[in-house]
Design a protein around this ligand. Structure first.
Ligand code: COA
Length: 164
């Protein structure tokens, strides 16, 4: 059976912590889709279209990785698009409670053949979150090495525009 995996999140912005999970998941599954979702409870820095373009550019060397956007219920997107794995990254114990709740609710909603699979985030990225990256950057702190180059360039360009 072909394994079609989904890695989802807001990715505002995509970080090297996310990249680490993506590179590892891309080796485990035949096909990996990065599903960018609009989370209405989060104020976004980049539009969905900007995120999609930047992530596509960043993934250009990973042959089995696709990028898509969706809204609404994760389980509906998963069931309607024939995914059999949903990949989640765990950074620390703080992620665990939220993730287990979500995985158990999703297990009720997913088709029978779908499993949530957790990968532990590499320790060197376990302290990163997209919000922290945005905050540090907006206050002039260095985020080199924490986000892919394409993302860093776009964040710098955005702050320059905002200064004008
Ligand atoms: N490296 C770095 N950062 C990471 C990371 C990693 N490996 N893994 C997670 N993060 C960060 C993210 O950047 C994000 O940071 P932020 O809160 O500062 O933006 C934070 O951890 C949370 O990430 P995540 O759990 O992926 O949240 P999200 O908002 O990006 O996505 C969904 C959450 C999409 C999984 C969830 O909201 C969802 O399923 N929504 C659809 C609606 C639905 O079906 N609801 C019912 C669910 S049972």
């Amino acid at each position: 059976m072909k394994t079609k995996a989904l890695y989802t999140g807001s990715f505002d912005p995509l970080t090297n912590g996310h990249m680490n999970i993506i590179q590892r998941a891309a080796k485990l599954y035949d096909e990996l889709t990065i599903g960018i979702i609009v989370n209405p409870s989060k104020k976004s820095m980049f539009s969905l279209e900007q995120r999609k373009n930047m992530i596509r550019e960043t993934m250009k060397d990973l042959d089995n990785v696709k990028v898509d956007c969706f809204s609404g219920l994760l389980a509906s997107y998963v069931n309607n698009n024939g995914f059999n794995v949903v990949v989640r990254g765990l950074r620390a114990t703080m992620d665990f409670e939220y993730e287990i709740q979500m995985a158990q609710m999703n297990a009720r909603l997913f088709n029978e053949r779908v499993e949530t699979v957790f990968l532990m985030t590499a320790p060197k990225y376990s302290f990163i979150s997209s919000s922290m990256i945005k905050e540090v950057h907006s206050l002039g702190g260095c985020i080199d090495g924490l986000v892919p180059d394409t993302i860093l360039q776009n964040m710098k360009a955005l702050s320059e525009q905002e200064e004008i």
